[in-house]
Design a protein around this ligand. Structure first.
Ligand SMILES: [Zn+2]
Ligand SMILES: [Zn+2]
Length: 138
């Protein structure tokens, strides 16, 4: 049983997967700030296409990331909650928004990314790496 199960604010979008999380990152890019309406998003890498939806499939917004590469942002059409993103920079991964999980007790970020655009008041955990832009891939 995977611990990945969740949904949007209104409940129209519900998802689950048997996939295990591959990485958890805190993303400080400006697009994540705008989409979330807050300082950063906490995202969990999972194998691309592994989410299964019970209700409605999330809508898509085709964004261009700060990297200049395409980012497909998926969200609930009813309540607007971001659910996951698909980035051209990481074609094998989907990036699930940790705040949409039913149970977040296990969530532990391993890296801060796009730190060059972090809001100045944010204090990052010194125990984990901070990178200015995209994480080293591979
Ligand atoms: Zn919703
Ligand atoms: Zn981001």
């Amino acid at each position: 049983m995977s611990k990945i199960k969740g949904g949007c604010l209104c409940g129209a979008v519900r998802y689950h997967t048997d996939a295990e999380p591959l990485m958890t990152a805190v993303c400080h890019c400006k697009s994540c700030q705008r989409q979330s309406g807050t300082a950063f998003s906490v995202v969990i890498a999972i194998p691309k296409g592994s989410l299964r939806f019970e209700g409605r499939e999330p809508e898509s917004y085709g964004d261009t990331g700060d990297s200049g590469l395409a980012v497909n942002r998926r969200f609930c059409a009813t309540c607007g909650s971001p659910i996951f993103s698909q980035a051209a920079a990481t074609p094998q991964l989907d990036w699930l928004k940790a705040g949409s999980l039913d149970d977040t007790a296990w969530v532990q970020p391993q890296i801060n990314i796009w730190c060059e655009s972090a809001q100045r008041w944010v204090r990052m955990d010194d125990e984990i790496p901070k990178v200015p832009r995209n994480p080293p891939l591979g």
